[in-house]
Design a protein around this ligand. Sequence first.
Ligand SMILES: NC(=O)c1ccc[n+]([C@@H]2O[C@H](COP(=O)([O-])OP(=O)(O)OC[C@H]3O[C@@H](n4cnc5c(N)ncnc54)[C@H](O)[C@@H]3O)[C@@H](O)[C@H]2O)c1
Length: 276
Amino acid sequence: MGELSGRVALVTGAGRGQGRAHAVALADASADVVAVDICRDVASIHYPMSTENDLAETVQLVEKSGRRAIGITADVRDSAAMEAAAARAIAELGGLDIAIANAGICGFNPMTELRRDQWDDMLAINLTGVFNTFRAVVPHMVERGAGRLVATSSGAGKSGLPNLAHYSATKWGVIGFVKSVALELAQTGITANVVCPATVDTPMVHNAPLYSIFAPDVAEPDRETVRPMYAAMNPMRVPWIDPEDVTHAVMFLVSDKARYISGETIEISAAGSAQR
Ligand SMILES: NC(=O)c1ccc[n+]([C@@H]2O[C@H](COP(=O)([O-])OP(=O)(O)OC[C@H]3O[C@@H](n4cnc5c(N)ncnc54)[C@H](O)[C@@H]3O)[C@@H](O)[C@H]2O)c1
């Protein structure tokens, strides 16, 4: 029996990357998991999103831990779809105890070249998506008098970053939103917290267009080309952290040990937070 035995967790962006790592760890701690992902590309974003196969693989990994899993293809921009996902979790798995609003996208352009569709998609997914996710689950948690909410911001939610004004705006927004929610829910038994990762080893930062921003003079930059450039972005000089490094912080925040931690931001920043 794991620490989260009897609990049900909903994770958005669970098709791969950090979302998948969270889903697997939650299952390893004996929680049942609802894994949500868009499973189709976003037109304004230069790298592919997860596929139906990716989401099915996450479901399989959860089931391998002996837990129940439901994979749901849904877009966090769609409030009705998020409410339907929460309702399904409650109907089929008996309740909802944990929600991890992790789904997100990243694009880049100098502010003066940012297109309106890039801005709109970024806000709709990275910020409104967190609202839609928490809005869908909180009434049920309030009724039960317990719950754990965690949203994924970023180091970009603690500082500005050139070419990422729209991304950074959403990640600052997530922190303001979650801190406010933590206060509103302070007497309900529900905690709300944020994780702020440094660069994480996922497709979001491993794609050719982003490599070319870091190495404009290299014809076909690859993972090894950008390794030193990515490493220069944090004081520990690690090029990227593993999704599981973020998962450890998430697992603490959803555990009983963190019952009096709410409105907090935990930075998994390889010492970047010390410079802010
Ligand atoms: N990778 C990094 O360096 C990094 C650093 C700091 C913060 N983050 C944040 O971490 C979170 C997870 O990103 P990741 O690194 O695992 O990247 P990723 O691209 O591997 O995973 C993101 C997942 O979200 C899904 N998704 C995107 N839009 C969605 C939507 N509208 N509805 C539902 N699902 C959607 C994608 O299909 C994908 O499975 C994001 O919020 C991201 O902004 C990432």
